[in-house]
Design a protein around this ligand. Sequence first.
Ligand SMILES: [Zn+2]
Length: 411
Amino acid sequence: MNKPTCVKHGNHIEIPGLATVHSHAFQRAMRGLTQRKSQHAGSFWSWRGVMYRLAERIDPDSMYAIARLAYLELAMSGVTLVGEFHYVHHQPDGTPYDNRTELADAVIRAATDVGIRICLIRTAYMRGGFQQEMTAAQRRFSDPSVDLVLQDVETLQSRYADHPLVSVGLAAHSIRAVPIAANRELAAWADARQLPFHMHVCEQRRELEESIAEHGVTPIQLLADNGILSERFVGVHSTHLNSAEIHHLTHNNCFVNLCRTTERDLGDGLPPTVELINAGAKLCVGVDSHCGENAFEEIRAIELDARSQHEARTVVGNADFLLDAGTRLGYAACGLEAVWEQDRVLLDANDLSLIGLPESHLVDGVIFNATPRAVREVYVNGQQIVENGQHPETAEIKQAYVKAIQQLFDG
Ligand SMILES: [Zn+2]
């Protein structure tokens, strides 16, 4: 097994394609809308209110236009694989589309039209919360049964079986949105088929309180007690963990999916990164809400945020470890470890951010200093999708995005 690394060829530095394991592409449309101090921007839960209002209005065309722009921005940042944690499924009143996977298909088409790989993580969402009614937006997310969720997964699997850029995974949205019995069923189904199984866990302290109120234990303890953790389990965020929970995640060889730019944006808190790494956790990264689109920042934030937390330097290890989290392990978290070496990115070695790097320290320089501006060529599954720092569809994708946003917010 090769290890990810950076190699200099003439004026280029070649790196493996970057993987962003956790994305909600439609949230790209929220940029700029939640950054002022007001009743709408004070907490994660008020941010969620703005997101719900957007989710209520989106349709298959605007979903496609927004996702295509989000994925273009990812591709221009060196990302070759996105894991899309897809939970907006139905029409605004909660009725399924005639084609039940209409919105998933729109998101998949957005990724494949840009030319990047997508793992469509079909997300189960079954209730508003413990003893909580569903809001209007949540009706669009929600399925009345596990069977319908699994039916959609099978539809997507057979529809895209021959597409080289598309794979399918399964998720339970969260402890809050999926009752534990359904969660067990979903995880067992994924496990029997060796599919990735993703879940939001321990992002906000309120989730811990709600889990204790309903089950008497914290979320990871609950998942461990119910046999849901496995080597294909991807714990998204994993911010607020106690030492027993760190042990459960690492003992079961789970992935921990940090989304630092979004977690910072939402004020989620700092994860126990050093403890997770010392215990052997498989770390990967995600752009999540698309509040920023610098894939290199997403990776280096693992180390830089841990420095702020510990008031020390070089606390999580070396840049090779971080490059592995941003590439090979991200592919593995989407069930695609076999293909990570097929995708690659060439950076301009003379870009202002990288010029003069000693060859002995290429990986360090790339991880801690590269910007999307340095991305010159991107190859996915043998196809070149970015050439000379340009994607051929950029003008059209931008135009369609602006039109879709105007219709969404003015209509
Ligand atoms: Zn998320």
